[in-house]
Design a protein around this ligand. Structure first.
Ligand code: B12
Ligand code: SF4
Length: 498
């Protein structure tokens, strides 16, 4: 059976390239099971849509596998039709949230045959095995598939014991070129220009202990699982010895959920003798929860720093208690202040983000959020509530009639830096004005020197062949805060029959 994997490009033309961890896990599992596979790595090669079609026309594959996140919905649908045009007999398997969070909808509006829901490794292997033997796909847990005129939704698969999952084999990718093309030496959220950073991703945990109403993660229906210290260390060791990595992104939904879990891994890192910088994802209750004595939290934070932690990502989300409740965040505003203070004291950078646009958002709640940022001298990454499928806020948007056509809505979404859907009582202009006002004051107070167009920032990811076409809008701006490339403005040929 000849297999082709396609790694799509979330941000064409970006100066920073990220190795695709999820796809790499699935490819590694498939390769370890003895399959031969090809890879079209658009995430690295920046192939245009015409070049993608030309590639698809050149070979012959029995199965084509791909996956992405849900903001890529429109392009991923186009990709499945392009595959179908050039490989009419191939089975098309799509994983990750673009399909897994809306399986029936994706099958209905794309040319995909099979959707892998949730964790991908074992489900993909079982699916390939069933296809190879011409077995009944109804026996494979974790997939939704097209059969004659309807979709069949198989039961979910239970999550695998996390240490049993083979770590990604990066030899499948052109890692050297990933390092070279990322000409800006930037690690996740920390720009450290002037140094030769070789950043590798390592996933240490899957899922999260919480279930915030705006957040969708692929493992949200599975229990939180974190790898053993030994398992994490063996992957870190491979990144350092095989690829010369000196910066590790712990690419998790939630890297550490409590201090005792964190301390074990940190002690392991310190004992390993390896010296490298790293960042991870935590919550404000890790160092900010006053139930644990301050001295204990500070001592663990010092160990983090000693082991090379240069930055931690954690979200304030909102300075308004009622909004935090509606988010189901289970943290107090004070936690944020304590955590920032502790991390500052030990010299760890705080990367924090906020979400504006919950239905109960007002000018006053926006002001409260900025007041908190000012008091703590933090410049946040600003995002608007973007209702994602399989979240409570998506269900809220459906129930209250904000979304009536899911396919059209998902075609239209871009990034959290745009107001894709306004469910507040404020107009877009009022929200944007209040945010720009808050960010301008922070910008001035912190002496950042950002110009107005970079107050809400994502970088300039506007390059794409189809968007540059004659009929495309000059700059697909959704609102004044938007500086992002938008697939939703692209014109794709979705013609099934051509
Ligand atoms: C790295 C990352 C990025 C990188 C992407 C780099 C890359 N090439 O992967 C960058 C920085 C570009 C990025 C951007 C954004 N991201 Co991001 N990102 C992540 C992050 C931190 C890690 C992804 C990862 O490696 N996970 C670990 C692997 C093991 O899990 P996985 O990818 O889900 O893969 C498994 C399954 O999905 C499945 N699978 C995956 N691929 C395939 C392929 C096949 C063929 C099959 C069968 C199965 C399969 O099997 C895998 C193994 O079990 C996640 C959080 C997280 N921990 O997942 C957020 C996350 C994916 N991002 C998210 C979001 C919202 C964004 C943004 C939209 C944010 C924004 N600015 O608005 C942007 C998108 C920009 C755009 N243009 O659309 C959301 C996705 C939500 C959703 N429902 O889709 C996540 C889950 C974070 C969150 N909770 O909000 N992101
Ligand atoms: S926002 Fe963070 S804490 Fe909330 S469910 Fe998502 S990963 Fe977990």
């Amino acid at each position: 059976m000849r297999l082709l994997f396609v790694n799509p490009n979330l941000r064409p033309g970006s100066e920073v390239r990220y190795l695709p961890v999820g796809l790499a896990y699935v490819m590694t599992a498939v390769q370890n099971a003895g399959y031969d596979l090809d890879l079209l790595d658009i995430g690295l090669g920046d192939e245009t849509d015409d070049e993608v079609e030309a590639y698809l026309a050149r070979g012959h594959w029995d199965v084509v596998l791909t996956g992405s996140i849900v903001t890529h919905y429109k392009w991923m649908k186009w990709l499945t039709f392009a595959i179908r045009r050039h490989q009419p007999h191939a089975k098309i398997i799509v994983g990750n949230s673009v399909a897994g969070s809306v399986p029936e909808l994706f099958l209905e509006h794309s040319a995909a045959d099979i959707v892998v829901v949730g964790e991908g490794e074992s489900t993909t292997l079982d699916t390939l095995e069933a296809l190879g033997r011409d077995d009944d796909l109804a026996r494979v847990p974790g997939i939704v598939f097209r059969a004659e005129t309807r979709c069949i939704h198989n039961p979910r698969r239970s999550a695998a014991p996390i240490d049993s999952i083979a770590m990604p084999n990066w030899k499948l990718f052109d890692v050297k070129r990933y390092f070279t093309i990322t000409d800006s030496p930037s690690a996740f959220g920390v720009r450290q220009d002037g140094q030769n950073w070789r950043t590798m991703p390592v996933a240490t945990a899957r899922g999260c202990v919480f279930s915030c109403t705006f957040c969708h993660i692929v493992y949200k229906h599975d229990p939180y699982r974190h790898r053993s210290t030994q398992s994490v260390l063996s992957e870190v060791d491979a990144c350092i010895t095989e690829y010369g990595a000196n910066y590790i992104n712990f690419w998790d939904d939630l890297t550490f959920y409590k201090l005792s879990q964190a301390e074990k891994i940190i002690d392991g890192l310190l004992d390993s003798g390896h010296r490298f910088s790293w960042s991870g994802a935590v919550r404000t209750d890790l160092f900010g929860n006053p139930r644990v004595p301050y001295s204990k939290r500070l001592a663990v934070a010092r160990k983090f720093k000693e082991s090379g932690c240069s930055a931690l990502g954690f979200s304030l989300e909102s300075g308004n208690t009622e909004i935090l409740k509606m988010m189901n965040k289970h943290v107090e505003v004070d936690f944020f202040e304590e955590q920032v203070a502790i991390l500052r004291e030990v010299g760890i950078t705080c990367n924090t983000s906020v979400v504006f646009g919950y239905p109960i958002e007002t000018r006053e709640s926006i002001r409260q959020t900025f007041e908190l940022c000012e008091r703590n001298r933090v410049y946040p990454s600003v995002g608007y509530l973007l209702p994602l499928p399989d979240t409570d806020m998506y269900r809220y948007a459906l129930k209250h009639g904000y979304i009536d056509d899911e396919d059209a809505f998902l075609d239209s979404i871009t990034e959290r830096q745009d107001i894709c859907l306004n469910m507040t009582q404020l107009t877009d202009e009022e929200i944007l004005f209040a945010i720009e006002d808050g960010l301008s004051r922070l910008n001035e107070m912190l002496g950042l020197g950002l110009d107005r167009s970079h107050l809400v920032r994502t970088g300039g990811y506007r390059k794409h062949t189809k968007v540059d076409g004659a009929n495309a809008p000059a700059v697909p701006l959704r609102n004044r805060g938007d500086v992002s490339f938008s697939y939703s403005q692209a014109v794709f040929d979705m013609n099934h029959n051509s």
